[in-house]
Design a protein around this ligand. Structure first.
Ligand code: AHR
Length: 518
């Protein structure tokens, strides 16, 4: 099957914010403890307590920012419990995630230390659901105030004289649900009040993020924008992909072809959600000053058998690679509004790029796609258009209808390709002027595709073209501790057809990254 993509090299859009490629680390299962943090006395190779291999894996992705401490955990977190001598730190119950005891040994100092090791921006989420305004006010003072004050003295007494640079601060999390079950009108007022005390001390400019909508709750976005848009820098959106019903999650592997297309359809839904929330934001903020911050996204499947269901552990397969490829293309293509995004979650939880087991580490198919796409960070988005066939399954039971007691059939049809493209100045040593990165996902479960990629209005001619592909033997092939390399980036052959066109043959369920120098 022949498909074609046109990359318009004259249609230069906005810069793709690096922060779209951000990650999320919650006190949940083994994301922090046993994931990023093993402790200084561990036998596992570590740098000041941080798992060395995990840090290295994220540095290789050029991780731009890390969100912490939640998630739902954030609205139960009291930061003063996580500072000072470890033996004095208060223990608490992590009510959201498995009811385990949280000993608070990883707190504010440890988080900033982790961001230093990773070389990324900190994104902290504050407690609105069960915390006070004073608590939030003091946390900001503790982290960012350089003069003499009660909180800066406390920070110094705990071993840190200089303030930290805090880039992003979220004023609560999912306040429509686990963060307080608030109505949008009430949260909008709470946001206005709490954010007042997120002070901008000295040079530190905190980017304030209001807690946004769940999936397609457009009214939430409307009310928040109407009542507080001038007081926020970003508004969040949470959307997880699953097979067909949130309440009845399916396993991360073993799905049918029909299941595959349902997951893909849900992944493409991100595009509609961003478009429709953006339309509302545009009404109040036509200049697009307020960023859309998709600070939780990814696949959410049933917990892996034999694990604590509260730890949200799941396998990561070729299917996750495709969902990552599609979603990141969507973010790139909407990067005029989407400036920050965080994959849920970084290590051992949901759609993780990295899994650990003691001193063992697995780089998942998702990690490999993030690696393929990292060249988009900070590059200029180019306009693309594509002519492709659709794929899917016909006449399958409609689950939504069956929930209403009706027996009906439906077609689950999705676009066969997902694409985005960007441009950067080429390395001067290459002799080329520009470097183009085109990322393409072939969503088809069965058919490989001959894809021609034309670089319209190209100045000069293509000098070289290389490509990688991420795929596996089957749609649900995973990387496991027994076989960590079942799904990795392999080189893919690219033909230069003429001075502005290349072509690739992309197998079913594959993600490709094509780099062209011209
Ligand atoms: O990422 C897991 C959870 O999903 C987060 O804690 C919460 O914000 C969301 O519901």
């Amino acid at each position: 099957m022949k498909e074609s993509i046109i990359v318009d090299t004259k249609n230069k859009k906005n810069t793709i914010s690096r922060d779209i490629y951000g990650h999320f680390s919650e006190h949940l299962g083994h994301c922090i403890y046993g994931g990023f943090w093993v402790g200084k006395d561990s036998n596992i190779p570590n740098i000041h307590g941080y798992n060395k291999a995990v840090v290295q894996a994220f540095k290789e992705l050029d991780i731009p920012n890390l969100r912490w401490p939640g998630g739902l955990f954030a609205d139960e977190y009291h930061w003063k419990d996580g500072i000072g001598p470890k033996e004095n730190r208060k223990r608490m119950v992590n009510t959201n995630w498995g009811g385990v005891t949280e000993d608070n040994s990883f707190g504010t100092h440890e988080f900033f230390g982790l961001c230093d090791e990773l070389g990324c921006k900190p994104y902290i989420c504050g407690n609105v659901g069960s915390g006070t305004v004073q608590e939030m006010d003091e946390w900001i003072e503790y982290m960012t105030f350089s003069g003499e004050s009660p909180m800066s003295k406390l920070r110094a007494a705990n071993g840190r004289k200089e303030p930290w640079k805090l880039d992003y601060f979220g004023v609560g999390n999912e306040n429509w649900g686990g963060g307080g079950n608030m109505r949008p009108e009430f949260y909008a007022d709470q946001y206005r009040r709490y954010q007042t005390f997120v002070r901008q001390y000295g040079e530190n400019k905190i980017f304030k993020i209001a807690g946004g909508a769940n999936v397609d709750d457009y009214n939430w976005t409307k009310v928040l924008m109407e009542n507080a848009h001038w007081l926020m820098d970003g508004l969040s959106l949470h959307y997880y992909t699953y097979e067909y019903r949130w309440e009845e999650k399916k396993s991360a592997t073993g799905f049918t072809k029909e299941g595959w297309y349902r997951i893909m359809r849900n992944a493409f839904r991100m595009d509609e959600l961003i478009r429709r929330h953006s339309e509302i934001m545009d009404k109040y903020d036509p200049a697009k000053r307020v960023a859309m911050v998709v600070d939780e996204w990814g696949n959410w499947f049933a917990p892996k058998e034999g694990t604590n269901p509260g730890f949200l552990e799941q396998d990561n397969s070729v299917c996750d690679a495709l969902v990552a490829g599609i979603t990141l293309n969507i973010f790139n293509n909407h990067s005029d509004r989407v400036h920050v995004a965080n994959l849920a979650q970084a290590v051992n939880v949901l759609q993780s790029p990295v899994l650990t087991q003691g001193d063992k580490i697995v780089l998942t198919p998702t990690w490999h796609v993030l690696h393929q796409y990292k060249g988009h960070q900070g590059a200029t988005l180019l306009g693309t258009s594509a002519a492709y066939s659709y794929c899917g399954v016909n006449d399958v039971p409609d689950y939504n209808a069956s929930l209403r007691g009706v027996s009906a059939k439906e077609d689950v049809i999705v676009p066969g390709l997902s694409v985005s493209a960007s441009e950067k100045d080429a390395d001067s040593k290459s002799g080329a002027k520009k470097q183009y990165l085109v990322t393409v996902a072939n969503v088809d479960a069965e058919t490989s595709k001959e894809i021609e990629i034309s670089f319209a209005h190209l100045e000069g001619a293509i000098k070289s073209a290389t490509a990688t592909v991420v795929t596996g033997e089957k749609m649900d092939t995973i990387n496991s501790f027994e076989n960590g390399d079942a799904v990795t980036e392999k080189s893919l052959s690219v033909k230069i057809i003429d001075k502005q066109t290349v072509s690739i043959n992309l197998g079913a369920y594959s993600v490709a990254a094509i780099t062209v120098l011209a």
